[in-house]
Write a protein that binds this ligand. Structure first.
Ligand code: KG4
Ligand code: ZN
Length: 341
């Protein structure tokens, strides 16, 4: 049996993503982002994101088809992110996917966005092993998940109670006078720094947090600690040791992310951890995760970096696996699910 050709649409946040796969083979992955439109508001504005999807989706679908040298006639199924995400943004993608599927009489699969992040890994040629613990870290999210099944059986183990990890990088970079986005610029500044120079706080790791917040994250205290450091240097008229602060900050973030992810693996008896989201671009995060997973006997999976951020190919990959295992398409009336449950 020939692997199914599936077009996947992702519009849960600010990226309009359209990917095409043949089974687990990546044929196209087009992304149009409305990130710049949101920059001056300091966060994604839902209505602006939805309108941008409406403008970008059709050209992005056509571009993806052209990249794959395919036409709509070649598709076996359509997959679309059903949630979680911004309701209005999701509805643009779902509406388009329903129209396309109806017009071409194709089966349509509503896909869980978080399962999509995990499934991105199959496009690098690796088999998908479930259940797995997944750590998704981006500008909008810091979530620790237990993903049990392709069809959307996902349990949220914990998440940030204030800033997302990427947001912490962005805000801290601004405090240090480094450019946006903060992740890459802190990574660069940290190269010559000593990660042990300053012992910054590790949020929600105190014994008292173990009951309620064992798998949750908090980065606002860390950001405040960096701000204090900057103020103190200014007041003393001393130059700020930017490289040391950047390296120590990065170490504090990476330390808690990896420690809590591995604690989740141990608590659930699952020797598998998958990383996803834009913050995975962080070299130190990848290095520390690799080192500690090895020590803990946990298999670490990191999809290719361009598939770690939101994209349509990962949604198409889930669709192709659902088709291949014979799952029924989603009911015609399925709607956007803005939250996880
Ligand atoms: O998943 P993503 O591309 O998009 C959204 O969250 O919308 O993630 C972007 C985030 C930004 O906060 C950026 O600072 C962070 O990922 N990021 C990094 C690195 N590269 C990007 N954070 C830490 N280290 C990096 N090298
Ligand atoms: Zn995502």
């Amino acid at each position: 049996q020939r692997p199914p050709v599936v077009l996947g649409i992702e519009t849960s946040c600010d990226e309009t993503g359209v990917g095409i796969v043949r089974g687990t083979e990546l044929l196209a992955n087009r992304i149009a982002s409305s990130m710049e439109l949101h920059a001056r508001f300091g966060g994604v504005v839902p209505e602006i994101a939805a309108r941008a999807h409406l403008e970008e989706l059709q050209p992005t679908i056509l571009a993806a088809l052209a990249d794959a040298s395919l036409t709509l006639d070649d598709l076996d199924a359509v997959a679309v992110t059903a949630g979680p995400g911004l309701a209005g943004a999701l509805m643009v993608g779902i509406g388009a996917a329903k129209g396309l599927a109806a017009a071409r009489d194709l089966p349509l699969y509503g896909v869980n966005h978080l399962v999509g992040h995990v499934a991105a890994d199959v496009l690098s040629g690796e088999p998908l092993e479930l259940p797995t613990v997944a750590l998704l870290v981006s500008g909008g999210h810091t979530s620790l998940l237990l993903v049990r099944d392709l069809a959307g059986d996902v349990e949220l183990l914990g998440e940030t109670i204030d800033d997302a990890a990427g947001e912490a990088f962005d805000k801290t970079a601004r405090l240090l006078g480094l450019s946006y986005p903060g992740g890459p610029s802190i990574d660069r500044a940290a190269v010559d720094g000593d990660p042990a120079a300053i012992r910054f706080p590790r949020g929600l790791t105190a014994p008292k947090d173990r009951d309620r917040h064992r798998f949750d994250f908090s980065f606002s205290g860390l950001k405040t600690a960096v701000a204090r450091h900057v103020e103190r240097a200014e007041a003393a008229g001393e130059p700020l040791p930017v490289a040391d602060v950047a390296a120590s900050f990065r170490e504090a973030v990476v330390d808690v992310l990896v420690a809590k992810a591995l604690d989740a693996c141990a608590a659930h008896g699952i020797p598998r951890l998958l990383l996803g989201g834009g913050v995975v671009a962080n070299r130190r995060l990848r290095a520390v995760a690799a080192e500690r997973c090895e020590q803990a006997g946990v298999a670490l999976r990191i999809p290719p970096l361009d598939l770690c951020t939101d994209n349509g190919a990962m949604i198409a990959a889930v669709g192709a696996m659902l088709v291949a295992r014979g799952d029924a398409p989603s009911p015609a009336g399925f709607a956007a699910e803005s939250t996880l449950d």
